[in-house]
Ligand binder design. Sequence first.
Ligand SMILES: *[C@@H]1O[C@H](CO)[C@@H](O)[C@H](O)[C@H]1NC(C)=O
Ligand SMILES: *[C@@H]1O[C@H](CO)[C@@H](O)[C@H](O)[C@H]1NC(C)=O
Length: 341
Amino acid sequence: MVSVSFVLFAALSLSIQARPSPGNEPTRTISVNAVAPPNCFPALGFKMPSSTPSTLNNWWCDMRTEYGFVGFSYEVTDCQSLSKLRSDFLEIRETFNSRYIRMYGFCDRPGDNDIIDAAWGAGIGVHALIWFGFDNTDEWMGRRDALFAILHSNPKAKFVTRALQFGSEPLFDFVLDPPVLAEQVIAAKANLSSLKIPVTISEMAFGYQSWTQSISSTHTCCRFFSTQASIANNSWPIVLTDLNWFIDNGEGKKIYLSENGWPSVTSDGVQPNSPSAVANVQNEHDHYTVLDAHCKDFKAVPGGGVGWFWHIFSDDMEPGYGLFSTSGKLKFSPFAPKTSC
Ligand SMILES: *[C@@H]1O[C@H](CO)[C@@H](O)[C@H](O)[C@H]1NC(C)=O
Ligand SMILES: *[C@@H]1O[C@H](CO)[C@@H](O)[C@H](O)[C@H]1NC(C)=O
């Protein structure tokens, strides 16, 4: 499996180098125009303006200032109502000090406008996602077109959308051949360049990562699935192995760990690959404390430190992984990960 990943890596970077396009330079603009917290979006304590500014200049916080806990994966497959999105995003922002939500799943109706409007209202940023699914179907193309149209037409979109991800794990799931995926990334980047929205792939170290962009969003949901998994208190070496791979191959680019969680129960789709892996609320909690205890290690990573997302907000979204149960109760408390250290 590991050598397959490296073959993919070679294929992907080659095809990108072979096909330069005007949109293919690393996105430096964002850093140049971005400022330091707290007077930038979506820093904690930033005061949202009453209407969208006339320009993106001095709007975004420099990504190099973003590390530690940055927010939650939030699955949108339920096509939540605008009022539900609003109340969840406000809670995510205000109770848990999040700077972002990271979209997960898909809502095949024009629901993305609601996500953008709710994010603006809550003062929270969005790592948007084109959902590829796991079944090798081509619905992602319609999702891409719908999302791009909204990003261009909703005037708030470019002020809340921090990144667009192709996900989840399109390489691992082999949804597209790597060169085709690379072409898609380049095309998306060109499409969104006027909005200054960087494009990345949400992928596991295992399935490989595109380093063509100025940020990289990695996907590490799967410590519980590691053949080395036991109790969550022992999960840091598994995190570190993946993280070191990304650091070694990432050329100093920004890294977000976009899926971090540990299930409190096993289910049909959630079965460990190690007989010692333990799924319960204690271990879900312990995985959070392990990540939080390594805030300084995340901060020290080149590119401005690593920001991590908790996967996922509610058990309604991914059984067992939620901070909240299906009855809307916190499964453990407090959940107060550090956003700086
Ligand atoms: C961006 O993509 C959308 C959907 O694929 C397309 O309709 C639109 O014309 C593209 N815009 C630019 C500027 O490339
Ligand atoms: C994990 O470590 C913490 C802190 O030492 C401890 O309180 C907790 O009981 C441990 N969890 C397990 C499942 O052993």
